[in-house]
Ligand binder design. Structure first.
Ligand code: HEC
Length: 122
């Protein structure tokens, strides 16, 4: 009789632990998800540029005579391909951000999607 209870207890414990494991996995998956629908210049793109690029390419800094702060300014580098070329470390372009590590895959994916959408000022 007692051994049956031990078995029941074991089964219960196993399912609780399995439940925990599943939750954790779900949580991890959630954090690595990258949303690239409805990309907004103001809400999605500017915050990335502010952290990684404006230090050198704000209107004031203008390093390398390049300003990407402001929609009309960045449009020039969207159109000539150097924005994507530089953040993707493509041959023929200077890798950006200069002196820093490459942008996260999700950040690059957002910028690419924004450009595919026509790089709107939204
Ligand atoms: C530490 C300063 C610094 C940071 C941070 C930086 N840049 Fe630059 N960037 C430069 C300088 C200096 C040049 C001009 C010289 C060169 O091309 O290497 C340049 C050039 C560029 C060019 C022209 C590249 C080409 O090959 O024609 C683009 C586009 C650019 N940066 C975009 C960015 C973007 C986007 C970020 C952020 C993800 C960024 N930069 C971050 C300093 C920086």
């Amino acid at each position: 009789m007692q051994s049956l209870q031990i078995i029941k207890c074991f089964i219960l414990l196993t399912s609780i632990l399995a439940g925990c494991y599943y939750d954790v996995e779900e949580e991890l998956y959630g954090t690595t998800e990258c949303t690239t629908t409805d990309i907004s210049y103001v809400q999605d793109i500017v915050p990335i540029l502010r952290v990684d690029c404006y230090e050198c390419h704000s209107v004031e800094a203008n390093f390398g005579n390049i300003t990407i702060e402001g929609h009309s300014q960045i449009t020039e580098y969207v159109n000539d391909g150097s924005l994507l070329g530089s953040i993707n470390y493509e041959a023929g372009y200077s890798p950006m951000p200069q002196g820093g590590s490459q942008l996260l895959d999700c950040e690059i994916a957002k910028i690419e999607k924004w450009i595919i959408d026509g790089a709107p000022n939204n």
